[in-house]
Design a protein. Structure first.
Length: 125
């Protein structure tokens, strides 16, 4: 069988392979090095409008009484690009957090509809 490498050119094939691998590494890592945060500099209102309105009509009630820190962790793990974006969005959601419409206000007075119901009678078998 005839050799594909000519005499005196034994190092050409390994150098071509090494060069190809180096070029591939450069091409594949270049986009990672130049990645930028597209959310940087946006107001929390703009962040909500750009990323949340597809599923949520309003920011009101989304914080559901959570602390800013825990809400920030949740947003960072599930939705936002980074910790700064998550903190800004969490602070905004907490600031506009209100009870859902129709929910009674948290006061000492009970509404007339909230009368205690009698227990159900036990069924015998």
């Amino acid at each position: 069988m005839r050799s594909l490498i000519r005499p005196g050119h034994e190092l050409v094939a390994p150098l071509v392979i090494l060069g190809t691998m180096a070029a591939a590494a450069i091409v594949l890592t270049a986009p990672l090095a130049s990645a930028q945060n597209l959310d940087a500099g946006k107001s929390p209102e703009k962040l909500f409008a750009d990323g949340c309105t597809a599923c949520h009509r309003s920011p009101r009630g989304l914080a559901k009484g959570r602390y800013t820190l825990t809400l920030s962790w949740f947003l960072q793990d599930h939705y936002s690009a980074g910790p700064d974006t998550a903190k800004a969005l969490a602070a905004y959601l907490v600031s506009v957090d209100t009870p859902p419409p129709g929910a009674p206000a948290k006061s000492g007075a009970k509404s007339p509809r909230s009368k205690p119901r009698p227990p159900k009678p036990a069924q015998s078998q």
